[in-house]
Ligand binder design. Structure first.
Ligand code: IFG
Length: 531
């Protein structure tokens, strides 16, 4: 009977010429998923000009076209096709040809807006084609990461999805604010293996991170094979090492090279850190002769810091350091070698200066540029030495003086970027010495305004260190890194002028379906409107 009544009402309404609104039907059909905006990307692009008429739809016959003769475009094209095939089930052939009459995703070297420089790209979306233009392979790769985020979230599914694969129309011109956008993973306190590191690299590359700093050695573990000092890993990386003694393991040189190659294919450069002269108990427990008293201290599995120091007065120390730097430099294609230098509380200031004055030149001798934690500034290092600021305060005299002398800085203020800090008092994992860090804390600062005397020109970029005292798995890495790592990634890439928490938290909420598809065990912060 209800149907007839409805029909009667319809006819009566029509007779009155009133607009027909079916009772119970919403006035406007709510979109099944939020309409993806051209700018709904992290890191926020520099410039987006939406064009609703230009919506592109990926089709079964769509091709990936790359600049003929460009191996760079070809490599990025292959990677993109491999990324898009599982969820679409489309063949997506990669064709290095000048043009196709078909629906295409074109990857083109050259012809981009002049502002894109070496790492940026121009992305144009029309009904017939998506075109990414850049000057370099890294730029094209960055553009494909943006394209990934413009496709429906189920593009990240490992198996075929029944989805209309639309991309919102318009133009994006995009390029980074800082050249250095890093993430550090501590594999010394808890050893994380090649698969875990590479899984983290996969996620980092989606947010245009381009440096991976590996903290390879510390008091609780030595995690990189050194041929000339084998006990560093057989003992220092052996059974019972790591915090709570549950972190045995180390990277062989082959493992390290595999990580370097995997990261490089995603345009991430590895920076190895050999921490010295402090944080050296693992090495000194493996070699008694590295201790001033000739006695090897017991291995340490607690999380105390500042009690160890290499023997500054002993010549053997410098042979050890040179052997290690040489072997690490040989397997590191990237320009940087990080020598730590933090918390050398068991080393006098005079010894510290003696040590650094002898060791810093060794980094250059083996073709690398030295970086170190900001304590390194107390020895007035040469201007090419990069210091990584990890302080919690907004002033640091040594740092400001170093900047005045021309030293460059990587900004990692611990109360903003240390993603091993708890989110709040309820967070099972993590430490809290630098305070709790919710997503809004990780996002709500400007690297160029953080420390007096350290302005935009002095800053190479930002880095989010993840220390592993309390981590035991990839899930733990993901829980602490997401959603805070994307905040640091945006601070490193996007213009300061566009920095806006309301915009960011909205875009961050739309990342959740992507993380679920990828099995990322993220922290569902109450600060974010998760989709
Ligand atoms: N500080 C120590 C790290 C680590 C960290 C944990 C630096 C440079 C506290 N040094 O951060 O080894 O223990 O949050």
């Amino acid at each position: 009977m209800r149907r007839r009544n409805t029909m009667t009402r319809l006819l009566a309404t029509a007779a009155l010429g009133l607009p027909l609104v079916l009772a119970g039907a919403p006035a406007v059909a709510a979109p099944s998923t939020p309409v993806r905006q051209l700018g709904a990307v992290i890191p926020a692009p520099v410039e987006t000009r939406p064009d609703a008429r230009g919506t592109f739809t990926l089709r079964p016959h769509t091709v990936v076209r790359t600049s003929p003769g460009s191996a760079a475009a070809w490599r990025v094209g292959r990677q993109l096709a491999e990324t898009l095939r599982p969820a679409t089930g489309y063949p997506l052939p990669v064709l290095p040809v000048a043009a196709t009459p078909l629906s295409e995703i074109a990857l083109v070297i050259g012809g981009a807006d002049a502002r894109v420089g070496r790492e940026g790209y121009q992305l144009d979306v029309t009904r017939r084609a998506v075109t990414i233009r850049a000057n370099t392979e890294a730029g094209l790769f960055a553009g494909t990461q943006t394209l990934r985020q413009l496709l429906p979230a189920r593009i990240e599914a490992p198996d075929r999805q029944r989805v209309t694969w639309t991309v919102p129309g318009g133009r994006i011109v995009d390029y980074p604010r800082f050249a250095y956008r890093g993430a550090m993973l501590d594999v010394a306190r808890h050893f994380h293996n090649v698969d875990e590191i590479n899984a983290y690299v996969d996620l980092l590359s989606q947010y245009k991170i381009n440096y991976l700093h590996l903290h390879l050695t510390d008091d609780q573990g030595w995690r990189l094979q050194i041929d000339s000092w084998p006990r560093l890993t057989t003992v220092g990386g052996g059974p019972g090492t790591g915090v709570d003694g549950v972190g045995p393991g180390y990277l062989t040189k082959a493992d390290y090279k595999a990580v370097v190659a995997y990261a490089a294919a995603r345009h991430i450069t590895v920076i190895p850190e050999i921490d010295m002269p402090g944080h050296t108990n693992a090495a000194q427990s493996a070699y008694a002769e590295l201790n001033c008293d000739g006695v090897a201290p017991p291995p340490r599995t607690d999380i105390e810091v500042g009690y160890s120091s290499l023997c500054i007065s002993d010549e053997l120390t410098y042979k050890f350091v040179e052997d290690v730097i040489r072997e690490v430099a040989e397997i590191t294609p990237g320009p940087f070698l990080h020598i730590g230098g933090d918390e050398a509380h068991a080393t006098t200031d005079e010894e510290y200066r003696t040590f650094m004055d002898r060791v810093l030149p060794l980094v250059g001798k083996y073709g690398k540029r030295a970086s170190g934690w900001h304590e390194i500034n107390q020895v007035d290092p040469p201007a090419d030495v990069v210091s990584q600021f990890w302080g919690t305060r907004t002033t640091n005299a040594d740092l400001a003086e170093a900047v005045a002398r021309g030293n460059k800085v990587i900004m990692s203020p611990a109360n903003k970027t240390y993603i091993d800090m708890k989110y709040d008092a309820n967070t099972r994992l993590g430490l809290k010495w630098a305070g709790y860090i919710e997503v809004s804390d990780a996002y709500g600062w400007d690297p160029a305004q953080r420390v007096t005397g350290v302005g935009e020109d002095a800053i190479l970029g930002v880095e989010a260190p993840l220390w592993s005292e309390t981590l035991r798995s990839l899930d733990d890495i993901e829980y602490m890194a997401f959603p805070r790592l994307p905040a640091i990634a945006e601070l490193g890439w996007s213009p300061a002028a566009g920095h806006d928490w309301e915009s960011f938290r909205g875009r961050l909420g739309q990342q959740a379906p992507r993380w679920r598809q990828q099995g990322v065990d993220f922290y569902p912060s109450p600060q974010v409107p998760w989709v």
